[in-house]
Design a protein. Structure first.
Length: 127
């Protein structure tokens, strides 16, 4: 009987700690705002598999990020013209990539930086 009680206690404590960690991660992400360079994917990636297992579609509003979990919606604002777009993180960036985010061609068109190829942006989780 004592052994069964200890197992349930350990299981309960583990579940509480896991829940607390998930909540803490979400709180940290919600408070994270980044500024830096944004690039857009080359058309050569259209139809190729992304890190999340889906196929890349240049006409969707998606992005690649170094740390946001897949499925996170982030607002990207072009700091030069104040245009914004909300994208969903579906891919992982290489750690050495100097940009803070890579977006699809469609997102780059909405942010109006197709000609320049990159732009200074603010990236923040969508609330």
């Amino acid at each position: 009987m004592k052994h069964s009680y200890r197992i349930r206690s350990v299981t309960l404590v583990t579940a509480i700690m896991a829940t607390a960690l998930l909540f803490t991660d979400k709180m940290t992400l919600a408070q994270t705002v980044e500024e830096g360079w944004a690039n857009f994917y080359s058309d050569n990636f259209h139809g190729k598999k992304m890190s999340n297992g889906e196929l890349y579609d240049k006409d969707k509003l998606t992005a690649s990020h170094k740390k946001y979990p897949f499925g996170t919606k982030v607002k990207v604002t072009n700091l030069e013209n104040k245009k914004s777009v909300v994208v969903t993180v579906t891919d992982r960036m290489a750690p050495k990539n100097p940009a803070v985010i890579d977006v699809t061609r469609r997102a780059a068109e909405e942010l109006d930086f197709i000609k320049s190829g990159k732009v200074k942006v603010k990236v923040e989780p969508e609330k």
